[in-house]
Design a protein around this ligand. Structure first.
Ligand code: TRP
Length: 460
């Protein structure tokens, strides 16, 4: 067991877990979901989900991992016995599929970084059209996303401390610095204040069923919950650490980056009056147009920094996604880490090809007949989101009915002697026993109905 690796200490773990959490989800997906769901109203729902529902689930996951000291499958099996291991496997599989499409989007960001910094991307006239053609053109994307997977594998193959922890210690501070710099720039743009208002003043009438669904699944995705990533990272945490306070720092770090990403994006949206740009193309279209307007040199520098930021954020997340199945094969099958990592990277890259080809190249993948004519990448991404809320709910049931909440609390009290008797303990107990399983169960079912058939027929 001793050679499976561990984080060097509290900072290493927190940075790695925050690195897993902070990713494309915060900087690419959060702003466009907020844009589609009324801005501030979405922010509000998202924050409620993060702290009321996700935080207790995060505490539970880390506790499971640290107690069992093994991968996601092994942890459920060790603490639950019997069939509970399948819950771990289900999560590992979900992680594989998340990485398959995530790496495609990361490849777009990597390509944009290279083409803005060193190519002629900023000489275009129509960025909406450019992005459409860009994601459709597999000849470039193939190499960019392959390159991204190679970076990921290089880091993970170095192990927990020398690979994952080290990469996060470099990239996470860089990410914060770039982000803050970009916000300062963004807030000086003409009309910035309009964007800030849209983003910060909630119009409660904008809260619809869709807002709640999107807020919840975004919170789970953004915090890397529900599929065992934090069980895996938790298994590398030493016993003297305070899990509850670490989880609080991780949740705050993650939601603050999402918040700040919105604060960077919406003034830019307002500056070029691009409220109508919707969906996944938002940062690729609106931001590049703003960078274009800055002129060739400033545009290259600021635009290049933005996409570098996106790549850093994505890389610390892809690393965590690859670590989950890698830890499983290393711990359970006793295979060498390097072999496992490169084999998985290749497999997952190939699994991502249909997502890559679904952006226009192959018409049938672009408009799935059984999925409301949407594209394959969205399909995989939506199915993964659902598996996260389901996985989170089942994890609560696992703790509640099988491992037992008292065992979780004993684990949490290690490194946190005042945990028993704290108010937070009362809340976490209540959330894991009742609030999360019930709400996650109901919402997961509703989200599935909505995705396949449309909930508006039922609730309006
Ligand atoms: N949280 C990351 C993001 O916001 C993505 C991610 C990394 C993830 N690891 C995960 C999502 C595990 C779910 C599960 O971009």
């Amino acid at each position: 067991m001793s050679n499976r690796g561990s984080f060097s200490g509290r900072l290493g773990f927190i940075l790695a877990a925050a690195g897993s959490a902070v990713g494309l989800g915060n900087i690419w997906r959060f702003p466009y979901l907020a844009g589609q769901n009324g801005g501030a109203a979405f922010l509000l729902i998202y924050l409620i989900c993060v702290f009321a529902l996700c935080f207790p689930v995060m505490v539970g996951e880390i506790a499971i991992g640290r107690n069992a000291q093994t991968d996601a499958y092994g942890s459920y099996k060790k603490l639950g016995g019997g069939k509970w291991g399948y819950l771990g496997l289900f999560g590992i599989l979900a992680g594989i599929f998340i990485l398959s499409f995530y790496n495609v989007v990361a490849g777009w960001a990597f390509g944009y970084f290279l083409e803005i910094s060193f190519g002629d991307l900023l000489n275009q006239t129509n960025y909406g059209q450019y992005f459409g053609n860009y994601v459709n053109d597999i000849s470039d994307n193939f190499w960019f996303s392959l390159g991204f997977m190679v970076f990921t594998a290089l880091i993970v193959s170095q192990g927990v401390q020398k690979g994952i922890e080290m990469a996060n210690k470099i990239m996470m501070p860089a990410l914060y610095i770039i982000l803050l710099g970009l916000i300062v720039y963004s807030l000086t743009l003409p009309n910035a204040i309009e964007g800030v208002k849209f983003y910060l003043i909630p119009d409660l009438s904008e809260i619809k069923t869709q807002t709640i669904f999107d807020g919840l699944r975004q919170a789970f995705f953004s915090l890397s919950l529900g599929m065992g990533a934090l069980i895996t990272y938790g298994s590398y945490v030493s016993k003297n650490q305070n899990i509850v306070s670490s989880a609080a720092v991780i949740s705050i770090a993650d939601s603050s980056v999402a918040f700040l990403a919105g604060l960077m994006v919406f003034p830019m949206v307002a500056a070029i009056n691009a409220y109508d740009v919707q969906g996944p193309s938002l940062v690729f279209v609106v931001l590049t147009e703003v960078f274009h307007n800055m002129g060739p040199i400033a545009g290259r520098i600021v635009g290049g920094s933005f996409f570098l930021l996106l790549c850093f954020a994505a890389l610390t997340s892809t690393v965590s996604l690859l670590e989950v199945p890698a830890a499983y094969l290393v711990d359970q099958k006793k295979l060498p880490r390097k072999t496992v990592v490169w084999g998985l990277a290749l497999l997952i890259f190939v699994l991502g090809l249909p997502s890559m080809l679904s952006q226009g190249m192959i018409p049938f993948l672009n408009k799935l007949s059984f999925y409301k004519e949407r594209d394959f990448l969205s399909f995989v991404s939506d199915m993964c989101d659902i598996s996260l809320t389901v996985g989170g709910g089942l994890m609560c049931i696992f703790i509640r009915n099988r491992w037992k909440i008292a065992n979780m609390n004993n684990e949490l009290a290690i490194g946190n002697p005042t945990y028993f008797g704290s108010l937070l303990k009362k809340y976490i107990d209540f959330a894991i026993m009742w609030l999360c399983p019930i709400i996650l169960g109901i919402l997961s079912i509703l989200i599935i109905i909505d995705k396949f058939w449309g909930i508006e027929k039922i609730f309006g």
